[in-house]
Design a protein around this ligand. Structure first.
Ligand code: ADP
Ligand code: ADP
Length: 240
């Protein structure tokens, strides 16, 4: 079965509907890129999968489990109990365009904060797990540096390590390299490719088609709140 099943997903802001019934299956253990023009709804769709936004209609199943809401055949929507929402939501990690690191914390502090405050790990356990994740993104030697002492590419790798430390089954990326100088996107791309090789399920919003073609096994093309095309890079970019 799919890692994520999106069925009939609609999202409105006020009276304006911006997602018009998205149906999309996200394959397990693969990287799916969401591409499309600015304003087509890529970020909104990703934020719905992250449950940072609530869809107006339709359902999202994570590993077969409904995220946030269950929709009955008659169209009524039932909000699930908070523990059940948290359980499904905890399998999903997110990486943002602007890194969103805490400036007053070291790289290691950023990675371990939620392990201590949310997961209840001891400082010692959290540091051990945090260092392992920093090693995974090639930043062990920068553990004691503050974000302002790191390049943009290094900051984004810290943000990836922070997401990984919570052991997600699915990682979502919203324009992960859009804030980076071109020479720094390569190091983030390398980390993402490594994760892909390890079998991580990833969904990546990007407006850079070259990036999508080099990191994605599946590409979904959105336009005006609809999925117009969905396939492998070879299928999408093949000459007619
Ligand atoms: P993309 O990521 O493809 O650039 P978005 O998902 O950011 O597209 O936006 C899709 C549409 O929804 C756009 O018309 C945008 O202006 C609108 N939109 C996004 N977020 C909000 C919001 N918080 N309130 C109102 N409209 C929004
Ligand atoms: P993106 O394309 O990555 O969503 P934007 O600059 O379009 O980036 O949006 C940045 C933030 O502003 C997002 O949180 C989005 O939800 C919000 N936003 C986007 N469009 C609108 C809008 N028309 N009205 C209100 N908020 C918006």
């Amino acid at each position: 079965s799919s890692a994520i099943s999106i069925r009939g997903l609609c999202k409105s802001y006020g009276h304006t509907e911006v997602l018009h019934g998205i149906d999309l299956e996200i394959a397990r253990g693969a990287t799916t890129c969401l591409i499309g023009p600015s304003g087509s709804g890529k970020s909104t769709l990703l934020r719905c999968i992250a449950f940072l936004e609530e869809a107006t209609r339709g359902t999202i199943l994570i590993d077969g489990q409904p995220l946030g809401f269950e929709e009955r055949p008659d169209g009524t929507r039932l909000r699930l109990a908070p523990p059940r929402i948290r359980k499904v939501r905890s399998g999903i990690g997110m990486v943002f365009q602007q890194f969103n690191l805490w400036p007053h914390m070291t790289a290691l502090g950023n990675v371990t904060e939620a392990l201590v405050t949310v997961k209840g790990l001891s400082r010692q356990e959290a540091d051990a797990r945090g260092m392992a994740q920093l090693r995974r993104v090639g930043l062990e030697a920068r553990a004691r540096h503050y974000p302002s002492e790191l390049s943009g590419g290094q900051q984004q790798r810290v943000a990836i390590a922070r997401a990984l430390a919570l052991e997600p089954e699915i990682l979502l990326f919203d324009e992960p390299t859009a804030s980076l100088d071109p020479e720094l996107t390569g190091e983030v791309l390398t980390v993402m490719r490594d994760l892909g090789q390890e079998g991580m399920t990833m969904v990546v919003v990007t407006h850079e088609i070259g990036f999508a073609a080099s990191v994605g096994q599946r590409i979904a093309f959105l336009d005006h709140g609809r999925v117009l095309l969905n396939g492998t890079p070879a299928e999408l970019f093949a000459a007619p």
